[in-house]
Design a protein around this ligand. Structure first.
Ligand SMILES: Cc1cc2nc3c(=O)[nH]c(=O)nc-3n(C[C@H](O)[C@H](O)[C@H](O)COP(=O)(O)OP(=O)(O)OC[C@H]3O[C@@H](n4cnc5c(N)ncnc54)[C@H](O)[C@@H]3O)c2cc1C
Length: 351
């Protein structure tokens, strides 16, 4: 997406519907409630609207928490309180991270009639659309926009690297950026008649392998965003599945520790092994270079503008005869521009 133009790449088709289910959108307000009910039905005790205020540590070992003023003692505490986990930090599981390891995400859920969504996005039945935007949508800063359809709402938002945001003189106001995104001619007609139903902002861990916290300690395990388990590959931001999977493996580790009657760090280390053997750590190792590669400023500035310039050359019709396409394209890609492009392609090949 550039200032007054955009280029779209669309991947759609029946082959997606014929594959095993690939992707879902969930509204957390509904999903989390359903998930909590499922856990409760299996014996979990849930204390809603109650914060963990303090972690109880005795002799270097986590022995429980204080929540709602009550002391709750436990064999193991699982810190799953999301990004910037105070629970993990108080338990002493801290990795010195900087703003480069985080992005800020801002999202609106816009209620819209289901039929309008189907018509505007050419959808049928339970199928949905997911779109990512890069370029001027973040004023050229590291990050991007996203839009995806739900059954009777559309989720629209932006993610901006915290480091890039801090360094930018021009951009300070992320909500204003979201308003500008909504007003874009590519977006506004899709949302017409919709009503904002939810508005939220949140940090996202984006440090990759380098941004992970220690996963376990004496009497404590760390899961999900609290452990830094979210991965931005530029084309996807994945955190939900790592949160679910790490929660599952944390439970496996606690069950194994209970069986052994040993909740020491060495017994809980099985959690680390389970994560290493699973897709979770395999993904983080495969994409260890991703945070560095996707933060390349040229992806958010130079290339969206370049693509716009090239396409204008290709499609614009002037009064005279049409020039050959290749020289017109090369005008925007001088030798001096080819070198960084080749370098970026080489870097991209590491993903
Ligand atoms: C704008 C945005 C878009 C995203 N898009 C995607 C996407 O498309 N796909 C994807 O897979 N992931 C996405 N993510 C990432 C995903 O939301 C997270 O990775 C995921 O929610 C992590 O789950 P979690 O349970 O670890 O943490 P959270 O979902 O943050 O849950 C932590 C919970 O702990 C609670 N809590 C915090 N502190 C305390 C305390 N002291 N006491 C008690 N409770 C506490 C919080 O209230 C919260 O309910 C996105 C994130 C953002 C911000």
């Amino acid at each position: 997406m550039a200032r007054d133009r955009s280029l779209a790449l669309d991947y759609s088709g029946q082959e997606l519907a014929d594959l095993p289910p690939q992707s879902w959108t969930v509204l957390r307000a509904r999903f989390d409630r359903w998930f909590a009910d499922e856990a409760e039905a299996r014996g979990a005790l849930i204390l809603p609207k109650t914060s963990v205020e303090k972690v109880l540590v005795e002799g270097g070992r986590t022995v429980g928490v204080v929540a709602g003023g009550d002391e709750l003692r436990a064999d193991v505490v699982i810190a799953c309180d999301g990004v910037l986990s105070l629970t993990a930090e108080q338990a002493g599981l801290h990795t010195p991270l900087t703003s480069s390891h985080y992005a800020v995400g801002i999202k609106e859920v816009i209620a819209l009639d289901a039929q309008r969504i189907e018509d505007r996005f050419a959808l049928d039945g339970a199928a949905g659309a997911a779109r990512l935007y890069v370029g001027v949508v973040t004023e050229g800063l590291f990050g991007g926009g996203f839009l995806y359809t739900n059954r009777d709402s559309v989720s629209l938002g932006l993610v901006v690297g915290l480091d890039a945001l801090g360094a930018s003189q021009a951009l300070r106001d992320v909500p204003a950026l979201l308003d500008a995104f909504k007003a874009r001619p590519e977006i506004a007609p899709l949302l017409k008649g919709g009503q904002t139903a939810e508005y939220a902002a949140h940090l996202i861990p984006e440090g990759g392998l380098e941004g992970l916290l220690p996963f376990w300690g004496e009497g404590i395990l760390v899961a999900g965003d609290a452990a830094g388990l979210a991965l931005n590959l530029g084309v996807t931001v994945r955190g939900m599945e790592y949160a679910l999977a790490s929660g599952y493996y944390a439970a496996q580790a606690v069950m194994a520790a209970r069986k052994a009657g040993d909740f020491s760090a060495s017994s809980l280390a099985v959690y680390g092994r389970l994560l290493e053997e699973s897709f979770v750590m395999k993904d983080f190792r495969t994409f260890r270079e991703a945070p560095r590669i996707v933060a390349n400023p040229r992806f958010f500035n130079t290339y969206p503008e370049l693509m716009g310039d090239i396409l204008r050359e290709i499609y614009a019709v002037g009064p005279g005869p049409k020039e050959r396409l290749f020289p017109a394209v090369r005008r925007h890609l001088p030798w001096s521009g080819l070198w960084p492009l080749l370098k970026d392609l080489r870097e991209g090949a590491k993903l």
